[in-house]
Design a protein around this ligand. Structure first.
Ligand code: C2O
Ligand code: CU
Ligand code: CU
Length: 513
């Protein structure tokens, strides 16, 4: 017979399961070790060497072999290793030089996502690194304490190259990050959490194929890797753990939470610290978005980071596309088990104020630029047997449902879409007229979100950003000002960060003049 407490407990669990609208099978097993047998891999820290006042970092892009699945090998690409790359640590104000050597059999490029750098150093599709050659951009780090990343950005091949492993994290520290009391011991209480979804073939290789579904949804996998670890756990030795979460998936959006619904504190977004710590229980991150969170594990219980599937609001229409759109990002996942050891070292108390962000004033805006995210509605179904089917999707065999553009124009390296005067305050109006959500990224800027369909953004979007979700039918206005590096010859990119959309043309370029 159930006593009152058991009844209450089952009622509570039942309500929790109902309110999220999905089954939560992990509750029953959350304490069992064998479900997350693998220690979370922590990418090695790359600090570089200072030579004549210039900090040098050596990055070698290479082929490798990784063991993700028991008993199987996966051919992968990595940077100074088999899969992904080291976490590069930089200091605000320092001059750096990155020696990027391409030991791969293909062209590639390497972009510093989140960085404010001269256009020739940006690593976009124009800065191709040929096999056997080394590209060595030099710049001054000037964006303050931030969690950034680096990844391949080759024209039409960003999706497959990032999928193979060409990505890593870059952490920038500044004077404030030393002053504020914050967990900051890398790999101990300051943890990179690079989340990616992958799909595997039976032989262990990654499955990246050009199909109609991938054209619409981007390439989404059913298996989660964190820092290249399957079913990972992390042993916490401190009362508070800081997670630097990077959604480095090609196309999947996550809704992070903890299985026991514990709240956590977001302290930073793409462009660095928020003004004040933000308590949350859910956090949506689209591809390329970052967030730093503090998780309190002082209760000694396992904190299981999960992702709850999103609920689609898209209508049901005949045809494959409506079905594909409706099923996007609806899957739930277990991501990472954080296991506190029995004795925990004390952690700093988060300050109530993290920093002040000077707001750009929309009445001072010199121009407003429309950025229309468009997608053709011509329908195709079945396999995309275009000229580049297989690992390199290219354009596939024509457009139809994959007819992605910005302002009706596919990305064209010979065409500069916008010329932006240095120092002007501008409003960019990101208008999504397509049926899908697109995370829009603008290079070389930390922008501020003004509003979504006229409504001021939620607190998590009031910090500085470089990537923002634009839902179907929405207009998101962002305000920005380019303050450095005039170069009328060399463009920066802005694009959808679902890599298969980017590769298919939802990208444009601007120069700062
Ligand atoms: Cu993270 Cu243009 O890219
Ligand atoms: Cu970028
Ligand atoms: Cu998109």
């Amino acid at each position: 017979m159930l006593n009152r407490r058991d009844t209450l407990k089952s009622l509570l669990l039942g309500t929790a399961a109902l309110s999220t609208g999905i089954a939560l099978p992990w509750r029953a097993f959350a304490q069992q070790d064998e479900r997350f047998p693998n220690p979370l891999k922590i990418p090695p820290l790359l600090e570089g060497n200072v030579v004549d006042g210039l900090r040098h970092y050596d990055l070698r892009l290479q082929e490798g072999v990784s063991q993700f699945l028991p008993g199987l090998s996966t051919p992968t690409w990595g940077i100074n290793g088999d899969y992904l790359g080291p976490t590069i640590r930089m200091r605000d104000g320092e001059k750096v030089r990155l020696n990027v050597h391409n030991a791969l059999p293909e062209d590639t490029s390497m972009h510093w996502h989140g960085f404010l750098v001269p256009a020739v150093c940006d690593g976009g599709p124009a800065q191709v690194i040929h096999p056997g050659s080394t590209w060595s951009p030099e710049f001054t780090v000037l964006q303050g304490a931030t969690t950034n990343w680096y990844h391949s950005h080759l024209m039409h091949a960003t999706g497959p190259q990032v999928y193979k492993g060409l990505a890593g994290m870059i952490v920038v520290e500044d004077a404030d990050s030393g002053r504020l009391e914050m967990p900051s011991d890398y790999g101990v209480d300051d943890i990179p959490v690079i989340v990616q979804d992958r799909e595997f073939n039976a032989d262990g290789s990654f499955r990246y194929v050009s199909e109609y579904a991938g054209m619409i949804q981007g390439i989404q996998g059913d298996t989660i890797l964190v820092n290249g670890t399957l079913h990972p756990h992390f042993v916490a030795t401190t009362r508070t753990v800081r997670l630097r979460i990077l959604n480095a998936s090609n196309a999947r959006t996550y809704q992070f939470a903890f299985a026991d619904e514990r709240s956590f504190t977001q302290i930073a977004s793409d462009g660095g610290l928020l003004e004040a710590p933000l308590p949350r229980t859910r956090m949506i991150l689209a591809p390329a978005e970052r967030a730093e969170i503090l998780v309190d594990v002082s209760d000694g219980r396992e904190a299981l980071l999960v992702s709850h599937g999103l609920v689609s609001t898209y209508g049901e229409y005949p045809g494959a596309m409506s079905q594909l759109v409706r099923s996007m990002d609806t899957q739930s996942f277990e991501i990472l088990a954080i296991r506190p050891q029995s004795a925990l070292a004390p952690s700093p108390i988060v300050p109530a104020q993290l920093r002040q962000i000077a707001r750009l004033d929309p009445s001072q805006a010199v121009s407003t630029r429309p950025v229309r995210l468009m997608m053709g509605h011509g329908m195709r179904s079945g396999e995309d047997n275009g000229p580049h089917s297989g690992m390199r999707t290219g354009f596939g065999g024509g457009f139809g449902g994959g007819n992605y553009s910005i302002n009706g124009r596919h990305h064209n390296m010979a065409f500069v879409n916008e010329r932006v005067p240095l120092g002007d305050i501008e409003i960019w109006e990101l208008q999504n007229t397509s049926p899908l959500t697109h995370p829009v990224h603008i290079h070389n800027i930390h922008f501020q979100v003004l509003d979504r369909n006229g409504v001021p953004p939620p607190p998590e979007e009031r910090g500085l950003k470089d990537t923002v979700r634009v839902l179907s039918g929405e207009t998101v206005r962002v305000i920005l000002r380019f303050e450095h590096y005039r170069d009328p010859e060399t463009p920066y990119m802005y694009h959808c960060h679902m890599l298969e959309h980017e590769d298919r043309g939802m990208m444009a370029q601007f120069v700062v003049v």
